[in-house]
Ligand binder design. Structure first.
Ligand code: NAP
Ligand code: ZN
Ligand code: ZN
Length: 346
């Protein structure tokens, strides 16, 4: 066991404070990672607030981890001391079920182990990336290509893969029209990746405040959802609408933006349910779907894709004592476009 510094929420909704946690011994299949940067995902805030249901406290959030391997177990083959690596939302899964065998560990039939707010196969509570070091099984650790600086790579481990996986699954490619709803952490990576995949991208944001940024990120058009004309002018326009919104949304209105056979893919995880008039799905044979992060191999594929296309996150680098201020800003949609903690300040 080793004791490492971390930032934790001691109780639901409580401000995060500096503390120490124990990390397990480096086992034969484990690597010890010196965390350099950790992104702040809106999911961290939902969980600290117990917005998704009962959670485990104290909680050390953080599932967008970028760092360097400083020790490797005797059986480790995938990574070596000195390698630049990342850890996302999962640190284990059953490795035997149909979905694990297909590289869809995020949908493990026996439940995967979340990087934090989870319990691992030894019965220990997991603690996330707002800390100086972490011990992870090598199979749940990915390689960060040299072309990607670690600070802008960290958010790719959740925000990047969460948008890459559905964009690929729903066939986003040249000739397709895609709308990205919400220009936050996930949304801005959705714009970059959909544009790099060759699609024509429109941002649908609450206002036009970030329009210049959206166009620079690769969007071809940028509309305000506060303006009712957006929903009439863009009716029937899109093959795919990717919603990254953290709050309940009127999906009935957004279904009107789809072409026949189009799909809304929702990755947002709001704390309250929505209501929907199902007639919005019937005409036009429309789909309302969801997607959760991505598998380990696909996460590596996404990092390689981002490196090849020069895509990192747009970040605001903060010291650890600014985490609570960053949480307030994310909750008021004041994020451009991901807060990343400099782990040396923990
Ligand atoms: P974020 O940075 O806060 O971005 C969310 C964006 O949604 C905001 O920037 C804002 O964009 C828009 N928005 C916020 N409140 C809104 C409201 N009331 N009405 C309309 N639009 C609103 O959050 P994030 O980190 O990207 O995460 C987004 C959501 O995805 C969260 O619920 C998170 O838990 C979830 N998530 C899911 C997965 C998954 O695997 N499915 C993975 C990661 C995160 P504008 O200002 O442009 O309107
Ligand atoms: Zn996340
Ligand atoms: Zn499994």
């Amino acid at each position: 066991m080793s004791t490492v510094a971390a930032y934790a929420a001691p109780a639901p909704k409580a401000p995060l404070e500096r503390t120490t946690i124990e990390r397990r011994e480096v086992g034969p299949h484990d690597v010890l990672i010196d965390i350099r940067f950790a992104g702040i995902c809106h999911s961290d805030i939902h969980q600290v607030n117990e917005g998704w249901g009962e959670a485990i406290f104290p909680m050390v959030p953080g599932h967008e981890i970028a760092g360097v391997v400083v020790a490797a177990g005797s059986e480790v083959t995938r990574h070596a001391v000195g390698d630049r690596v990342g850890v996302g939302c999962m640190v284990d899964s059953c490795r035997e079920c149909e979905f694990c065998l297909r590289g869809l560990e995020q949908y493990c039939a026996n439940g995967n182990t979340m990087t934090y707010n989870g319990v691992d196969r030894n019965g220990d509570v997991t603690y996330g990336g707002y800390s100086k070091q972490i011990v992870v099984d090598e199979n749940y650790v990915v390689r960060i290509p040299d072309a990607l600086p670690l600070d802008v790579a960290a958010p790719l481990l959740c925000a990047g893969i969460t948008v890459y996986s559905p964009l690929r699954h729903w066939g986003v490619a040249p000739g397709k029209k895609v709308a990205v709803v919400g220009l936050g952490g996930l949304g801005h990576m959705g714009v970059k990746i959909a544009a790099a995949l060759g699609a024509e991208v429109t941002v649908l944001s609450q206002s036009l405040r970030k329009k210049d940024d959206g166009l620079k990120l690769g969007a071809h058009d940028y509309r305000s959802t506060g303006d009712p004309a957006t929903f009439t002018e863009l009716a029937g326009e899109f093959d795919v609408v990717l919603s990254t919104v953290s709050a309940p949304l009127d999906f009935g209105a957004y279904l009107g933006l789809l072409k026949t056979d189009g799909a809304i893919v929702n990755v947002g995880a709001p704390e309250e349910p929505i209501s929907l008039n199902l007639f919005a799905l019937l005409g036009g044979r429309k789909t309302l779907a969801g997607s959760m992060i991505g598998g380990i191999a696909e996460t590596q594929e996404m990092l390689d894709f981002c490196a090849e296309h020069g895509l990192g996150a747009e970040i605001e680098l903060i010291d650890a004592d600014q985490i609570n201020t960053a949480y307030d800003r994310v909750q008021s949609s004041d994020v451009r476009y991901r807060f990343v903690i400099d782990a040396t300040t923990i």
